[in-house]
Design a protein around this ligand. Structure first.
Ligand SMILES: [Zn+2]
Length: 158
């Protein structure tokens, strides 16, 4: 761990505390840096915004992408005060940063009463065995739109 990485993670942890103390949401913070410079940051804002997707990483990714005017975080490093949940893990893959650092683990989050570890467990289950059952219907109809997407010219891939 470099001094710079230590500084950036400390900032993410500070955001986890300040967000919690301000009543914004749970104790989670995130900083996104490019070439050592902070380009996005956020704390969990689920309670403040009534948005269940307003996790620190999502808030920080939106902030960084807005600042970079890009939907990709190429060459960026993410510092999260806790191991990302499956939603944030997915968002991180979509944003394509170069590296992720985390402090607390999903097991630590479970001790604090959060579902991260439980949701990771759900990923292993068959659709119908999940706590929220998932059922596939009307694939033929929906796939027609995919076919049109495949055939569509002049599209931006992401
Ligand atoms: Zn999350």
């Amino acid at each position: 761990m470099t001094e710079e990485q230590k500084f950036l993670m400390k900032k993410a942890i500070d955001l986890s505390r300040s967000g919690m103390e301000a009543g914004k949401g749970g104790p989670f913070g995130c900083v996104i840096a490019k070439n050592g410079k902070i380009i996005g940051q956020g704390s969990n804002s689920v309670l403040e915004t009534n948005d269940p997707t307003a996790h620190a990483e999502i808030v920080a990714i939106r902030d960084a992408c807005r600042n970079l005017n890009s939907f990709q975080l190429e060459g960026c490093e993410i510092f999260a005060s806790c191991e990302p949940c499956p939603m944030c893990l997915g968002a991180i893959y979509w944003a394509r940063p170069s590296r992720v650092f985390f402090a607390n683990t999903k097991k630590d989050a479970a001790i604090a009463g959060f579902d991260d570890d439980f949701i990771y467990g759900e990923l292993e289950l068959e659709n119908e065995k999940r706590k929220i059952p998932f059922s596939q219907i009307m694939q033929e109809e929906a796939f027609k739109v995919f076919q049109d997407w495949i055939a569509k010219g002049n599209k931006i891939l992401y």
